[in-house]
Structures are given as structure tokens and as C-alpha cells.
Design a protein around this ligand. Sequence first.
Ligand code: PHE
Length: 356
Amino acid sequence: MTSLLDTISEIEQSAIGELKSASDQSALEAWHIRYLGRKGKLTQVLRSLAGVANLDERRAGGQRANVAKERLEAAYSEQRSQIEEQRLSSVIAGERLDVTLPGIAVPRGRLHPVTQTMRDVLAAFVSMGFQVAEGPEIEWDHYNFEALRIPAEHPARDMWDTLWIDYEQDGRRPMLMRTHTSPNQIRIMEKTRPPVRVVVPGKCYRFEATDPTHEWMMQQVEGLAVDDGISMADLKGSLTDFARRIFGPERRTAFRCDYFPFVEPGMEMRIDCFICRGEGRLEDGRPCRTCHQTGWIEILGAGMVHPEILENVGYDSGRYTGFAFGLGIERIALLRYGIEDIRHLYANDLRFLEQF
Ligand code: PHE
């Protein structure tokens, strides 16, 4: 008798002890099978009672075993709900969102210095009454050269060696990457009648060695104004006004003769070099590479539209005159921001670009 009740107590105690260390669902189920399953330790004791001859002993043993069974079942469901609670709270802790933590910083972009300059240059001309138009980067030989009075074999073509498109027509290659935005002078005049006041931004391509002021690709703005009685005074006045709007009133400009087959007369406009302040030499006496020691940087070519070109597009050159100009945006960006080498602009180096 004593030994049967003792056995049940021992089973109960060791079961309670083991239950405390069952910390997850599967350990808990294994524990249940071990003690209360069909072949569990306590179940076996209950079964063995049938073989106990003494009725009192059998009854006392049965009662004790049932009490043990109830306690173990109760302890089991208590432990199960604790495990579930812990699991839930750790899931919740893992998913908690602290809205007071700093967010992930998104790097701020900015406009490329050439884009900023392009926009400012166009805005300056728009405020002076010019419209903005665009033309193709892949151009016909006709518009890029022929219609601008630069026939094949003409020495002026040497100024604009370029990249030709691999496309043949009548044994010739008539398409190229445009070398300047000037073809748009023709394209626009073919489509409209005077008065014309237009600026055309765009990329141009030249096959040439790069140096601090030359790149093989560059962006230009072409300008064209055609009307009754437009003179060289209008050209100089408009371009000087433009230079003051972009560089401020203290910047010096200079015009000199230059040759372009599509204007007569032709000229270039220059701005005093920002590196050597127009001296041609640096403070320590070394020659200034940026302006090739001239003290000036050329920013645009210009001139009065050649009368032959006006006639070719059907304008009466006896009545109408006009001026045209083509300026390099990168050069203007160099002058504005004090950049000493044009090649920095397209090197894609963030350490450079972040300074603007
Ligand atoms: N198209 C010329 C160039 O690229 C510049 C220019 C434009 C000159 C218009 C005169 C008139 O060099």
C-alpha cells in the first residue's frame, strides 16, 4: 500500500519537476506522452491497479492516482498557456516599430552644373524675347554643312571633323552627329517667316583632342534673330546684355573678327579669364593654361546671317537681315563656377559634382 502511494507521489513529483523545463510546445507534448499518454508512467500505474487484490488498497491507490492525474493535467495546461504567451510576446517585441527612431536618409540629388547653366542661359534669352526650339542630334550633311555654305572639300570642314553614321545613299554617307546647333538656323527659317527670335539648345559632337577647354561632346545654344532692319548693333547689344545677365555687370567682354561660312561679317565674343583675371599669367608667374595665356576665353561665335542663306530659305535679303550666334554651355559653366578643366564636367566624380 505504502509503496504504491509512494510510487504515485514520486511520479507526480518528477513529472512536475520536468514540466518546468519544458520550454516549448514540442517538449511539452513529449512530456504529456511520457506521463499521461496511453503508455505513460501514470497511465501504467492506473492500469496496474486492476491486479491489486486488496479492495481498500485498490480504491486508495485509484483515488491517489486520479488526483495525481488531475494535478498533472492542470499543470500541463497552465504551462502550455505560459509558453504560448511567451511566444506571442516575443513575436510582438520583434515586430515593434519605434516611430521615434530616425528614418533612412535618402541621398539628395541635384542638377548637374551644365544643366543648371543651360537652364539659366535659356531663361536669360527667354526674358529677352527669344523662343526655345529643338532639332535632331543626328543630322543630314545638307543641314550641318551644305546649306550653311560649307560644301564637301571646303577647307572650313576641317573645323568640324565629326562622327559619321554608317548609312549609305548614292555611294555617300549623308548622316552625321551634328557638329554644331547651326543646322537649326536653316530648319527654323524653312518653317517660319520673319520676325524670328529663337534659341536652340542641344548636344554637339566633334572629333577633336580634348584639353582644359575642349571636349568631344559639348552642349550649345544657337541663337537666331531675323527681322526688318536688324544690324550688328543689335547683335552686340543683345549678346552684351546676355553676358551681363549671366556673369554680372563687372565682367569684361570683347568682340573680334572670326570666320564662319554662314555669316558675314563673323565674330567671336570673349570673356576675361576667371583664372588669371585676364592677365594670361597666374599670380606666381606661371602661364595660364585655361586661356592659353591670352587672358580671354571664347564663349561664342556669331555674325550677321549670310544673305545667300536668307535667299536659299526664301527670305528677301533686300528686306530682311539677321544675326546668329552659337555659344558653348560648358565654357560658360567653367567661367561661372571657376572650374579649371572642362573634362571634370563629364568625369562623373561625385566629389566634384557635390560642390555645385
Ligand atoms: N556654329 C558655330 C560653331 O559651332 C558657331 C556660330 C553660330 C557662329 C552661329 C556664327 C553663327 O563654332
